[in-house]
Design a protein around this ligand. Structure first.
Ligand code: PPS
Length: 484
């Protein structure tokens, strides 16, 4: 049994009385293994949390200005948002086993594991998850200037996701039907209910500069633009290419196969049943249409209308998913090195191998071919090791991290420039190159165009680029994101 599970089960058995003013929520007998749900200050909590003896400490938790918090009603896209935030605040690198699983690198504030004291003791920058409604957030939030991303999702898909999750969790082991669960949900008896005050409580605060309010549906429709907004909000400097990489690594398929975020280890630790599906279940918008009966849809409709009357907030219930959403395959399968085309001083058809754009875009169109890997000079420059790792994977080369680092060292600009077997210096001897016109390995920089081109030339390039890239989803990076 994992530490997480042992800790949570110990707490589940704990005898701490729930805080004063708590009342038991009457639940139908036999549906839930953990049927001791409590109502505390207008919010339904499981006994695991309220009887942990730590709840008062949670409410008095001290946030710091460097904290990034992801808040949500359960099953609305918390994990997805957490992974995006984590990548953005950790160099836009894909999370690996060594980073630890999500619950350790992005702990759950009010959950007994690792516990509020452990969260308090974490070093900056802390990434913290919570499901607390706005009015129960620790009082320190307002003055701390910590940044908070709140994510929400339409209540129909949320309820269905929650139903499957309560079946999956051993501590809950929901025994009823979807219909039983829908009743429980609409009666505001699910954990962290009531749903609408949760959402609207944060919606009211959406203009707070330290709060970003997003929805599962907009992430689904256009992940890259939501990731861009989150990056701006968190003041993370990231290139377009890095943001695309974050989108690729946080696609449903990528997260579902990444053990550092897919929670599959909960099956081994006994926290989840092995035969009740997975935490990353479907990841769709609009699944409710296939799962709910017309009567249930009508009940949701009335419930939603009642709660949203007088509010300017509205949910999206169906998918506006874009075709060809980026996935990690795009990144695995990129094998043509393109170069920053602003380094070209001409954009007529005179240079050899022109025209430039049809050249690049012709290969870009083929990037999903499993035998083609499309990469850029700029990403090699920014993070050579990760590109080398991708090339190795693509070529199915088994190499240790140490070996990949050695490849990176031997292919650095300085190393290649001094290596006669690759620097083409012998071309000077053979008369193929002039001896007084520099070297083949010339500068090896990104963004040199800024010093070399006049404003007029830059403007001309800009127009030419815009013309050729209109209608394409391919973008170049023009400046260096070079690592120190
Ligand atoms: S929890 O337990 O409150 O933290 O759950 P939460 O993460 O909020 O919600 C789980 C649902 O989010 C889906 N999910 C995703 N959908 C699309 N893309 C990505 N990357 C992604 N990651 C998680 C997850 O599959 C659950 O939804 P359902 O509908 O059950 O599939």
């Amino acid at each position: 049994m994992s530490d997480a599970n042992a800790a949570s089960q110990d707490v589940a058995k704990s005898e701490h009385p729930p805080p004063e003013g708590t009342t038991l929520v009457p639940l139908p007998k036999g549906l839930l293994a953990n049927d001791a749900h409590y109502l505390y200050k207008g919010c339904v909590f499981p006994g695991t949390i309220l009887r942990s003896g730590m709840f008062e400490e949670v409410l008095n938790f001290e946030f710091r200005s460097s904290d990034v918090i992801v808040s949500s009603f359960p099953k609305t896209g918390t994990t997805w948002t957490q992974e995006i935030v984590y990548m953005l605040t950790h160099g836009c690198q894909k999370t690996q086993a060594e980073d630890g699983t999500l619950e350790t690198r992005f702990p759950f504030l009010e959950f007994p594991f690792p516990g509020v004291r452990a969260v308090a003791a974490l070093e900056d920058p802390r990434c913290i998850k919570t499901h607390l409604p706005y009015h129960l957030l620790p009082k320190s939030l307002a003055s701390s200037r910590a940044k908070m991303v709140y994510v929400t999702r339409n209540p129909r898909d949320t309820a269905i996701s929650y139903y499957h999750f309560t079946q999956l969790l051993t501590v809950a082991s929901f025994k009823g039907t979807l219909s039983d669960y829908v009743n429980l949900f609409l009666e505001d008896k699910a954990m962290y209910s009531p749903f609408f005050p949760h959402v609207l409580g944060y919606w009211e605060e959406r203009r707070d500069p330290n709060i970003l309010f997003i929805t599962y549906e907009e992430m689904h429709q256009d992940p890259l633009s939501v990731i861009r907004r989150i990056a701006q909000f968190l003041q993370v400097e990231a290139s377009e290419r890095q943001l695309e990489y974050v989108a690729a690594c946080t696609s449903f398929a990528s997260m579902a196969s990444n053990p550092s975020v897919n929670y599959e280890h909960w099956k081994e630790s006994g926290f989840c049943h092995k035969d009740k599906g997975s935490f990353l279940r479907k990841g769709k918008v609009g699944g409710w249409k296939e799962s709910l009966t017309p009567e249930q849809i009508e009940a949701f409709q009335q419930w939603e209308d009642k709660h949203l009357a007088g509010s300017d907030f509205h949910f999206t219930f169906t998918s506006g998913e874009k075709e060809g959403v980026i996935n990690t395959e795009d990144f695995k399968l990129q094998n043509i090195v393109t170069t920053n085309f602003q380094l070209y001083l001409t954009f007529t058809l005179l240079a050899m191998y022109n025209p430039f754009f049809p050249h690049v875009l012709g290969y870009w169109e083929k990037r999903r071919d499993p035998n083609i890997l499309f990469i850029t000079y700029e990403e090699m420059h920014q993070d050579p090791l990760s590109v080398i790792r991708r090339i190795a994977q693509f070529l199915q080369v088994e190499a240790s991290e140490r070996q990949l680092e050695y490849v990176a060292a031997c292919t650095s600009f300085a190393s290649m420039a001094s290596n006669p077997s690759v620097n083409y210096e012998h071309w000077k001897e053979s008369g193929f190159c002039h001896k007084d016109k520099g070297s083949f390995l010339r500068k090896g920089k990104v963004g040199g165009w800024k010093e070399s081109l006049t404003p007029e030339q830059i403007e001309a390039f800009q127009q030419w680029e815009d013309k050729h890239l209109a209608g394409s989803d391919f973008r170049f990076t023009f400046t260096s994101g070079e690592k120190e």
